[in-house]
Design a protein around this ligand. Structure first.
Ligand code: GAL
Length: 426
């Protein structure tokens, strides 16, 4: 075991007898429309839920939570408008079209952080202040997370989880086969191990589409620069063209040389398959991968698959959070509010996260449910000794305009290896 405590895997489906009250969100809010069910008296019978959670590893948690929503709202038809493409690559484009056409789903997925800002600025989402007040949520979500979804004192989404980005997944049998005792603690060590792996005809590190290359980039930068200088990339205190960032970007190009980028996988799941098949050793991916290994592929933690913090990031938690919104003009607003109530509840979060491969965004999750791989992020997230930083590829640190520029500069960079051009472009 490379990190965390060891426990047996508990049942994933949780039966609760708690009855949740879905009383209308009251409000002494001046704004009559703020987070209150539509007042026509007729309860909606359909709810459209929009996300990019499709396929093994991404959909199991969603299904568990939507099942619970169904149970609690008999007779309601759930329209699950999921658009395939990891990290929302395709869903976000489709969502932009729908928002432009004033045809929002009843609730949609956004990462907490800078990714949400454009929607708030454009008035696409309602504030959820009275929902937070009524549910007592200001006390159960960490302040730092609330800040990410607050603009001018208004709260705009409901975070359902915390995911960790800086995770190095591996197949222990492959390491053993080639005589590697432990996964690399630094990216330099990775380069040395890559020679050994390649001599044995193994892919050292697998990779998928551009967003997974960005996911790798953020974690190479984090590992090489350290948490403080990494955070400085996003708040302007670290110079992208400095010698240390240049060296980190050069390391990224060297790491890429030890991947299967010439035949990059179509998404994150097929990027993980060669590891499971014993043809590759490592993949850097967020902890939704736990669900893919454990549930989709029925592998056992530590023996069938294992993980550690990505090289150079021990003690650091590179986080992201999936959150859900109440779009202005949601057709089934009453059900959207019920959905948000569930998504933010302890019951909802403890139903969703053990299956999603994430930990609750709330601070009062039931620790006994987070076993195997998940015991580590559960402990690390609240450990005062952990340094927390935010993810680029998953919407925390750069707003959509800047991220779009980084995305296209990265595509060039991956092809050209031109560090100076990339640093100057971003
Ligand atoms: C992230 C999202 C995760 C997971 C992943 C892969 O952006 O936050 O929940 O879905 O993409 O699709």
């Amino acid at each position: 075991m490379m990190f965390g405590r060891r426990r047996g895997i508990t049942a994933l489906a949780l039966a609760f007898v708690v009855s949740v009250s879905f009383a209308a969100c009251g409000g002494d809010d001046d704004d009559d429309d703020a987070a209150q069910p539509t007042g026509n008296g007729d309860a909606s019978t359909e709810f459209e839920f929009f996300s990019w959670w499709t396929g093994g590893g991404d959909s199991e948690g969603k299904e568990a939570l939507l099942d619970l929503f169904s149970e609690q709202n008999e007779g309601v038809e759930i329209v699950d408008s999921a658009i395939a493409g990891g990290a929302g690559t395709n869903a976000q484009a489709e969502l932009a079209n729908r928002l432009l056409a004033d045809d929002p789903p009843d609730s949609y997925q956004r990462h907490a952080g800078k990714e949400l800002l454009a929607d708030i600025d454009a008035g696409e989402v309602e504030d959820l202040n009275s929902l937070y007040d009524d549910e007592g949520w200001r006390d159960v979500f960490p302040d730092s997370l609330l800040e990410l979804i607050t603009v001018e004192d208004n709260l705009y989404s409901v975070p359902v989880n915390i995911h960790r980005s800086n995770v190095l997944w591996y197949n222990p049998a492959v390491l053993e086969e080639v005589g590697i005792a432990a996964p690399p603690a630094t990216w330099s060590e990775f380069l040395t191990q890559a020679e050994t792996l390649e001599a044995a005809d193994k892919i050292a590190l697998t990779i998928g589409p551009t967003w997974t290359q960005e996911h790798l980039l953020e974690n190479v930068l984090l590992g090489e620069l350290g948490a403080e200088a990494y955070t400085g990339l996003w708040d302007g205190t670290t110079d992208w063209e400095s010698a240390e960032v240049t060296a980190a970007l050069e390391m990224y190009t060297q790491v890429l040389e030890h991947t299967n980028i010439d035949s990059a996988a179509a998404d994150w799941q097929p990027a993980i398959d060669p590891i499971i098949e014993g043809d590759a050793a490592y993949n850097v991916m967020g902890d939704w991968a736990d669900t893919y290994f454990r549930i989709e592929k029925s592998l056992d933690w530590e023996t069938g698959y294992n993980a550690t913090t990505s090289p150079g990031t021990e003690g650091v938690f590179n986080f992201l959070s999936d959150s859900f919104t109440l779009p202005v003009g949601a057709e089934h607003r009453d059900l959207a509010l019920k959905w948000l109530q569930l998504a933010g509840s302890q019951e909802g979060q403890d139903t969703f996260n053990p299956v999603k491969g994430s930990i609750p965004a709330r601070t009062d999750g039931d620790e006994s449910l987070y076993t195997g791989y998940l015991a580590t992020p559960f402990a690390d997230w609240t450990d005062e000794g952990t340094t927390i930083v935010g993810s680029l590829a998953h919407g925390v640190v750069a707003d959509n305009a800047w991220k779009a520029e980084i995305d296209s500069a990265l595509q060039e960079f991956v092809g050209s290896g031109d560090v100076a051009a990339f640093a100057s472009a971003v």
